[in-house]
Ligand binder design. Structure first.
Ligand code: CU
Length: 471
């Protein structure tokens, strides 16, 4: 008798759960977006049958300026199209493999509860389509990826992306949402080697990538492709890591994450500087913008950023709050060894070099203190990371541009003496006097065209608000 009464209570509960799941109303086709875009927030208050059409395309694209690679993609981009569904949705997945593909492919979605995340159900030959469906039970941000053998190679070629399962109550509104996924790539040629570069299995097994990039290329979020936002706005990044091998120490130079939904969890932590994003994992980060300038998205395993391409920019426009960040307000001479300590608040009052000899002497000091760390004491730079100033065709070609570089910083691809660089040179905040001296020193050193830079020339090149560096 006892067990019967228990059953009598349990049955209606089971029935209720069952009905709430069964309440799938209507049918929709999911909006998919390429990176760095995110589909619009779901406003629906009920679960639906959501049809996702995703096409696998194998194609050649740029991994860096002048470097081509054959990517295997979901939807034609790396990472693949962003998929946005709602908790409780019945997702009907259509995986198509383009007839020109050379390989079979499938998809393992970490948002799926079921064998292989859908991998064997979605195994698809070129020129075929597979259909399977799943219930989006757990809200969160999930990686999807190819799981066809050799799995590592399919992932290394760019076969991953993110699927967001919005909680029933929706995501809080923010001003901007972006889609950023890190990946490591293994090419026969080392970083920056020009021309077509095939996949290198040995480097992949050794976990020794030639490239570590966001959104499939060193160019995805630099120059004109920089992400955009305004002072006063709140930005949300849906961050993923496709791997195949590396774990990301995800960081944005010049910001603190107000909220981090670590590993795509439902609860958030606050005030985080750097968050780990595992290979095959994710994070949702949010921050409010208080000051203008360039924010730099990096993997804080920092050689990956400055030497392997893991760098993206967020261009923040608007007027800044000087109480949040003042910029440099003073440039003091500091000489504890007994020199006259001179406080210079107004940069215009710095002693002026009146002769070329003075300019060279002052310029040499400024170079040693501000430039040598990157461009090296001998001006020869570091191949692939910091361009040379010694006999630099770039430096000698356009003196106005050289002033602009030192004044405002530089980012994006540049070719110096035939070698490609795609790094970030920060604006250093030097006075016009200092800039004229350091440029005069450089132009009189290491085989450069001897040219005297005068302070008024430097002043005539305007200071841009959107400085190149930001850190
Ligand atoms: Cu594949």
């Amino acid at each position: 008798m006892k067990s019967v009464s228990k059953l009598a209570i349990l049955l209606p509960i089971l029935f209720l759960c069952g009905t709430s799941w069964a309440q799938v109303k209507g049918e929709e086709v999911a909006v998919l977006t390429p990176p760095p875009s995110v589909p619009p927030a779901i406003t629906r208050k009920h679960a639906t049958k959501l049809i996702v059409n995703l096409e696998v395309i194998e194609k050649k694209m740029k991994i860096a300026e002048g470097v081509d690679y054959t990517f295997w993609t979901y939807g034609g981009t790396v990472p693949g199209s962003f998929i946005r569904v709602r908790e409780g949705d019945l997702v009907e997945f259509h995986l198509r493999n383009h007839p020109t593909s050379k390989m079979p492919h499938n998809i393992d979605l970490h948002a799926v509860t079921g064998p292989g995340g859908g991998a064997s159900a979605s195994f698809t030959l070129p020129g075929h389509e597979s259909v399977f469906s799943f219930k989006a039970i757990n809200p969160g941000l999930y990686v999807y990826h190819c799981a066809t053998a050799p799995v590592g190679m399919h992932i290394a070629n760019g076969m991953y992306g993110l699927i967001l399962v919005e909680p029933e109550k929706g995501m809080p509104k923010v001003d901007r949402e972006y889609y950023v996924v890190q990946g490591d790539f293994y090419t026969k040629g080392k970083f920056g080697k020009q021309g077509y570069q095939p996949f290198d299995m040995e480097k992949a097994i050794d976990e020794n990538p030639s490239y570590v990039v966001f959104n499939g290329s060193t160019l995805s979020m630099t120059g004109d492709n920089a992400l955009k936002a305004n002072v006063g706005e709140t930005v949300r990044l849906y961050v993923g890591n496709g791997g195949p091998n590396l774990v990301s120490s995800f960081h944005v130079i010049g910001e603190i994450f107000d909220k981090v939904f670590k590993e795509g969890a439902s609860e958030f932590n606050t005030n985080i500087q750097t968050t780990l994003v595992p290979a095959g994992g994710s994070a949702i980060v949010e921050f409010k913008l208080e000051v203008p300038g360039n924010l730099v998205i990096v993997d804080h395993s920092i050689f990956r950023t400055f030497n392997k391409g893991a760098l993206g920019l967020i261009k923040v426009e608007g007027s800044g709050d000087k109480t949040v960040f003042s910029g440099k307000t003073a440039d003091n001479v500091y000489m504890p060894e007994g020199g006259a300590i001179q406080k210079v608040v107004d940069k215009e009052q710095v002693a002026t070099a009146s002769t070329l000899e003075d300019q060279l002497k002052f310029g040499k000091t400024i170079y040693a203190q501000n430039c040598a760390a990157c461009h090296q004491p001998d001006g020869k730079g570091i191949v692939g990371a910091f361009p040379p100033l010694a006999s630099s065709d770039f430096f000698n070609a356009d003196w106005k541009r050289s002033i602009d570089v030192v004044k405002n910083g530089l980012s994006g691809a540049v070719t110096v003496n035939g070698q490609l660089y795609n790094g970030v040179m920060p604006a250093l905040g030097l006075s016009d006097e200092d800039i004229s001296n350091v440029l005069t020193y450089i132009s009189h050193s290491w085989g450069n065209k001897k040219r005297i830079f005068k302070k008024p020339e430097v002043s005539s090149v305007s200071t841009r608000k959107d400085k190149g560096g930001g850190h």
